[in-house]
Design a protein around this ligand. Structure first.
Ligand code: TXA
Ligand code: MG
Length: 330
C-alpha cells in the first residue's frame, strides 16, 4: 500500500474524508497526539486499525466526535456531569467513559458496555469530522506499546505502507494523551474516576463537577489496553533523581542519553563534557509535555541504548508525564 502524505488544505481534507467513507485508515492530527482514524460504524475499517498497529483486538478504541448531538447518538443514560464537563473542556483533551448505545459496534469497544468519547480540539480533525459527519474511532497512531507520535513524520516513519494516508497538521500542541474519566460510577452514587492521567487533573475536573473525582490506581485496573508496559522508546528508559544523575555526570556512561530539565543537571552535563548526550527540556510542565515524545523519538533516532530521565516534580499537574514515564520504563 502506498501511504499518501496529505496537508491541511481543503482539498486534502476532502480527500481524507473520502478515504474514511470508503473504509480507509488515515492518521490524523489531534491536539494531544496523532490518531489512527477509521469509520467507527464500519467493522472492516476498524479492524484495519488493529492490524496496522498490531494491537490486540480486545483493546477498546476512543470514538471522536464533532458535536453533542453525536454524543447522544453513541451513548445512553448520560449523566448531567457529562454535559458539565463537555461544556467546560470540549473540544479538548478529555475522554469520557459512558454507557454505550447500539450505535457502538463491538469491534470499537471490545464488547464492553461502555464507550470512550472525545471531541478533539484540532482544526484539521474538526474539519474532517464535520465534513465526513462520521464517528471516528482512533487510537494513538503508534505501533502497539511504542511511543505515541506527535508529528506526521513520526507516524510516517513507523506506519508507512500500512495505512492509506497521514494528514500533516503540524506538531501536537499538548503532546500527551487525553485524560480518561469514567462517569459510569455516578449512577451508583460513586465518584467519577480518572482511568488515565492526562492534561486535565482531578482537581480541575472536580472543580467543574462540584463533586470529588478520584484517581483510580491505573495499574491495578483490569481494562484491556491499560498495560504497565507502554509508550516505550527503543532505548531502555530509567527515571532517576536529580542528585543521582548529577553525581553520575563525573563518569557518564557511553551510549546513554540524559533527559534533564533542571539548570543544575543541565549545567553538570555541559561542564563535564557530556553535552552531546543531553536532551534539555523546559521546566514548565505544558512545554515539557509538548516536547516529551518528540525528544524520546529523537534519542531513539540517534541510537542511544539507554535513556536516563531526570525525575520530574511529583505534583498533580505532572501526573500524566510521570505516568507515561513510569510505563515507558517498565
Ligand atoms: O488523546 C487521546 O486520547 C488519543 C487521541 C488520538 O485522541 N487517543 C488515545 O487512544 O490515546 P489509545 O487507544 O491509544 O488509548 C485509549 C485508552 C486505551 O488504554 C483503552 O484501553 C482505553 O483508552 N479505553 C478506551 N475505551 C475504553 C472503555 N470503554 N473502557 C475502558 N477503557 C477504554
Ligand atoms: Mg495509545
Amino acid at each position: 500500500m502506498n501511504t499518501l502524505l496529505l496537508n491541511n488544505t481543503a482539498n486534502d481534507i476532502d480527500h481524507a474524508a473520502t478515504l474514511l467513507k470508503n473504509g480507509g485508515v488515515v492518521a490524523v492530527p489531534t491536539e494531544t497526539v496523532y490518531g489512527l482514524a477509521a469509520d467507527a460504524s464500519d467493522p472492516v475499517a476498524v479492524n484495519k486499525i488493529f492490524t496496522a498497529k498490531q494491537r490486540p483486538n480486545n483493546h477498546p478504541l476512543i470514538v471522536h466526535i464533532h458535536s453533542l448531538a453525536q454524543l447522544e447518538q453513541l451513548t445512553v443514560d448520560v449523566p448531567q456531569a457529562a454535559f458539565l464537563l463537555a461544556n467546560a473542556f470540549w473540544p479538548g483533551p478529555l475522554t469520557m467513559l459512558l454507557n454505550k448505545s447500539d450505535a457502538v459496534i463491538e469491534e470499537v469497544n471490545g464488547g464492553l458496555t461502555t464507550v470512550g468519547v472525545r471531541m478533539p480540539d484540532h482544526p484539521v480533525l474538526r474539519a474532517l469530522l464535520m465534513q465526513s459527519d462520521l464517528f471516528v474511532a482512533a487510537p494513538s497512531a503508534n505501533p502497539h506499546k511504542q511511543l505515541s507520535p506527535t508529528t506526521a513524520q513520526h507516524v510516517f516513519n513507523e506506519l508507512q505502507g500500512k495505512i492509506d494516508a497521514v494528514i500533516d497538521g503540524g506538531p501536537c500542541n499538548v503532546g500527551v494523551e487525553s485524560t480518561i474519566i469514567d462517569l459510569t460510577p455516578l449512577a451508583q452514587q460513586q465518584p467519577a474516576r480518572i482511568l488515565r492521567a492526562g492534561p486535565l487533573t482531578a482537581t480541575m475536573l472536580s472543580a467543574v463537577l462540584g463533586t470529588p473525582v478520584i484517581n483510580y490506581q491505573a495499574h491495578q485496573q483490569q481494562v484491556p489496553g491499560n498495560i504497565a508496559q507502554h509508550y516505550q522508546p527503543k532505548g531502555k528508559l530509567r527515571v532517576a533523581p536529580t542528585a543521582e544523575l548529577v553525581t553520575m555526570c563525573q563518569q557518564w556512561p557511553d551510549s546513554t542519553a540524559c533527559v534533564a530539565y533542571s539548570d543544575n543537571l543541565i549545567n553538570a552535563m555541559h561542564s563535564t563534557g557530556h553535552g552531546h548526550a543531553l536532551m534539555p527540556m523546559q521546566a514548565d510542565k505544558a512545554k515539557y509535555a509538548r516536547a516529551l515524545y518528540a525528544a524520546l523519538y529523537d534519542l531513539d533516532r540517534q541510537g542511544f541504548a539507554h535513556i536516563w530521565v531526570e525525575q520530574p516534580p511529583q505534583s498533580e499537574a505532572w501526573d500524566d508525564v510521570n505516568d507515561r514515564l513510569s510505563r515507558a520504563g517498565a
